[in-house]
Design a protein around this ligand. Structure first.
Ligand SMILES: Cc1cc2nc3c(=O)[nH]c(=O)nc-3n(C[C@H](O)[C@H](O)[C@H](O)COP(=O)(O)OP(=O)(O)OC[C@H]3O[C@@H](n4cnc5c(N)ncnc54)[C@H](O)[C@@H]3O)c2cc1C
Length: 464
């Protein structure tokens, strides 16, 4: 029988890798893990966690403004970026320590270096000679920001550098309009930076429900963010202390910083996967089956590197299912349906299931229920921002296919809605659920009137 140094060797100590390494080790496997940057990965070091802390920090300004109507006088406000970013970094360091100790306690061998795959069972570590062997290799190397290929691209920062800024600029241009762009636009704007978003598409947040897209764009504009759609860039030039972004249609925008939020790609190059002949998708993602097994029997992959649904809980879920399958004799496929997701913009989005547009493509007849309303708090705060609650229903089965929320606490509400949708909740069951009053979430169980699309506009004769 072949002897290996490890039962499992994990490449990448992010959300997926750390979870798999710890669980496999707790089941008695001999486990090694390599990490080339910092243990914790994108989520902990330069993704979800530091971003959410910046989101919290950026919301105080508008909350203090809203407090006025409730009788509070807050005096002159000032904000100090170095304090915020210093405290965020301190929390990231703490979590980095927690993740490191988790691996240590579980008895996982840690290698703080880059790893490469040298064969179906061989791993080469960049900082030492010789190869390590493992019965199973798990690739959990995540992804990286993709930068637009335009002249002057060296001037661009990505979300990674946002967590390292020593000073806030007075103005920023953000290229792209996905969730990372929307979140950072809201963060910077909330902290007093003048924000311009440039996007070549028609509307922000491609693939989200159209009501959410339109509602968020309108609300962000009302909060002073300059969102420019159908706008392509041609180059970025240095100008004084800042930059000038040239637009395809001829004009330009000046800003203190230019950030690209133009998507992410899987980390699959430069560490032996191509040489091994593993099947990769069009964008370099590792192609895997429902058990996260690649085209090479001994090599599995989880998380963003497989580009299935690039979210932390998904990477963790895939890692857990992988360990159950390979180390606990319980083959566990991953179910990627009804994954709740949030956009921590201002206002916030929480969404789960099918958008109205997708549902119309997939189901012959759907019903839509929606409510646009001013939340109670805004009656006194004076903030003129509507909340949206929307349900998409399969008319034949009465099942709820999608739930979409724009407004305060949308993420918190949608997490619980996701439980119901996953269990196949019907509209009738929602209607039979007692409301919790007064809350915004009660709208989800009190939506009574089916939304009818506006009648088609009459022809020019009738209109005349
Ligand atoms: C700005 C931002 C905000 C986000 N916000 C959210 C959010 O709010 N909610 C959410 O669910 N998700 C969010 N995400 C996505 C989330 O961070 C990822 O889905 C998640 O981290 C994926 O985990 P992973 O284990 O696949 O990869 P990662 O966490 O990226 O870990 C991969 C690790 O592998 C290491 N590595 C790569 N190659 C090698 C190699 N050859 N050798 C050794 N080590 C290697 C990397 O250094 C990295 O640490 C956000 C992402 C970003 C960028």
């Amino acid at each position: 029988m072949a002897h290996y140094d490890y039962d499992l060797f994990v490449i990448g100590a992010g959300s997926g890798g750390v979870r798999a390494a710890r669980l496999a080790s707790e089941l008695g496997a001999r486990v090694g893990i390599a990490e080339e940057y910092r243990i914790g990965g994108t989520c902990v070091i330069r993704g979800c966690v530091p971003k959410k802390l910046l989101v919290y920090g950026s919301r105080y300004g508008s909350e203090l403004a809203d407090a006025h109507g409730f009788g509070w006088t807050c005096g002159e406000l000032s904000f100090d970026w170095p304090t915020l970013i210093h405290n965020v970094k301190r929390e990231v360091d703490r979590l980095n320590g927690v993740y490191t100790r988790t691996l240590e306690t579980a008895g996982v061998d840690r290698f703080l270096t880059r790893a490469a795959v040298e064969g179906p069972h061989e791993i080469k570590l960049a900082d030492r000679d010789g190869a390590r062997s493992a019965k199973t290799i798990l690739v959990a190397t995540g992804g990286h920001p993709v930068m637009p290929d335009v002249p002057g691209k060296e001037h661009l920062i990505s979300s990674n550098e946002c967590f390292e800024l020593e000073q806030l600029p007075e103005s920023i241009v953000i290229i792209g309009a996905g969730y990372i762009s929307m979140e950072f636009a809201s963060i910077f704007s909330g902290l007093g930076v003048a924000v311009t978003v440039l996007y070549r598409g028609e509307q922000v947040l491609r693939d989200f429900d159209m009501d959410l897209r339109d509602g968020l764009a309108e609300a962000m504009r009302n909060r002073g963010i300059d969102l420019r759609m159908n706008t392509d860039i041609t180059s970025i030039e240095k100008e004084g202390d800042g930059y000038r972004v040239q637009l395809k249609r001829g004009d330009s925008v000046a800003a203190g910083l230019v950030m690209a939020a133009t998507g992410r790609a899987p980390n699959t190059s430069g560490f032996g996967l191509q040489q091994l002949g593993i099947d990769l998708g069009w964008n370099g993602r590792i192609a895997v089956d429902e058990f996260s097994k690649s085209s090479v029997d001994s090599l599995y992959a989880v998380g963003d590197v497989t580009d299935r649904k690039n979210l932390t809980p998904v990477a963790i879920h895939e890692a857990t299912a992988f360990v159950e399958t390979v180390f606990n004799e319980r083959p566990t496929p991953v179910d990627h349906s009804f994954i709740p997701t949030a956009v921590f913009s201002q206002p916030e989005i929480g969404t789960v299931g099918l958008s109205e547009e997708k549902a119309r493509e997939m189901h012959p007849h759907i019903d839509v229920y929606k409510a646009h309303f001013r939340p109670l708090k805004s009656m006194i705060s004076g903030r003129d921002e509507k909340m949206l609650m929307k349900l998409v229903i399969d008319a034949a089965s009465d099942k709820v296919l999608g739930c979409h929320i724009l407004g305060s606490d949308a993420a918190e509400i949608v997490q619980m809605a996701a439980v119901a949708l996953r269990l196949g909740v019907t509209k009738a069951q929602l209607d039979a659920t007692m409301a919790l009053h007064p809350s915004a979430a009660e709208e989800l169980v009190t939506l009574r009137h089916r939304w009818e699309p506006p009648a088609p506009v009459a022809g020019s004769d009738a209109a005349a």
